[in-house]
Design a protein around this ligand. Structure first.
Ligand SMILES: [Zn+2]
Length: 188
C-alpha cells in the first residue's frame, strides 16, 4: 500500500524535475527525451501493476517509449537532425492512438478473460497519453488532424497527474461485477 504511494509521488516529482534539465548537444537532448519518457512510463507501470511487478508489467513502458521512431518515418530519413525538426505530424504522436487502443480493447474485452491484459492495456494507454502530453509542452497535442497550442507546464503536470491517479476509476469501470462483489480486485 505504501509502495504504490511512493511510486505515485515519485512519478509526480520526476515529471516536475526532468524537464528542468537542458542540454545544448543534440544527442544528449535526444537521450534526455527518451530516458524521460521511459522512466515516466516505468513509474506508471509500477503504479498500475503494483500487485504483479515482473518484466511483463514493463512491456507498456517499452512500447510507449519507442513510438518516437515515427519521427524518422515522418522525416523520411534516419537522420536525428531531420527527425527532431519535423514539419509534418508524426503518425503515432496522436491521441487517437491511445483512445483507439482503449476503445478497441473495450469492444473486444469479452473475448479476453485475462485481468492482467486489462491492466497492461490501461498502463499502455496512460503511458502513451503521458508521452504525448510531455511532447505537447513543445509542440502541442494532436488529435486527428487538429493540433493544440503548446501545453503550459502547470497544465501538463495537472493533466498527467490526474490521468495517472485515475487508476481506480478505470480499473473499476472494467472490472467484472463478480470481481467487485468478491473484492478480488484489490485497490489501494
Ligand atoms: Zn515523442
Amino acid at each position: 500500500m505504501e509502495y504504490i504511494w511512493l511510486a505515485r509521488i515519485g512519478f509526480v516529482i520526476f515529471s516536475n524535475g526532468i524537464d528542468f534539465l537542458h542540454f545544448e548537444n543534440l544527442y544528449f537532448r535526444v537521450i534526455h527525451d527518451i530516458a524521460g519518457h521511459f522512466i515516466q512510463s516505468v513509474f506508471i507501470c509500477s503504479i498500475y501493476s503494483f500487485t504483479e511487478l515482473d518484466w511483463i508489467a514493463f512491456i507498456p513502458a517499452g512500447i510507449a517509449s519507442v513510438i518516437d521512431i515515427d519521427h524518422f518515418y515522418a522525416a523520411g530519413s534516419f537522420s536525428i537532425k531531420s527527425a527532431t525538426k519535423l514539419q509534418k505530424q508524426a503518425p503515432f504522436h496522436n491521441l487517437l492512438l491511445p483512445l483507439g487502443i482503449f476503445a478497441l480493447f473495450s469492444l473486444l474485452k469479452r473475448f479476453f478473460k485475462s485481468e492482467r491484459l486489462l491492466t497492461l492495456i490501461i498502463s499502455l494507454c496512460i503511458c502513451l497519453v503521458v508521452h504525448l502530453y510531455r511532447d505537447g509542452i513543445r509542440r502541442g497535442v494532436a488529435i486527428g488532424q487538429y493540433r493544440s497550442e503548446p501545453i503550459p507546464f502547470a497544465a501538463y503536470i495537472f493533466y498527467i497527474t490526474t490521468y495517472t491517479f485515475s487508476v481506480e476509476i478505470l480499473l473499476k469501470l472494467h472490472a467484472s461485477p463478480k470481481d467487485l462483489a468478491t473484492e478480488k480486485l484489490i485497490l489501494p
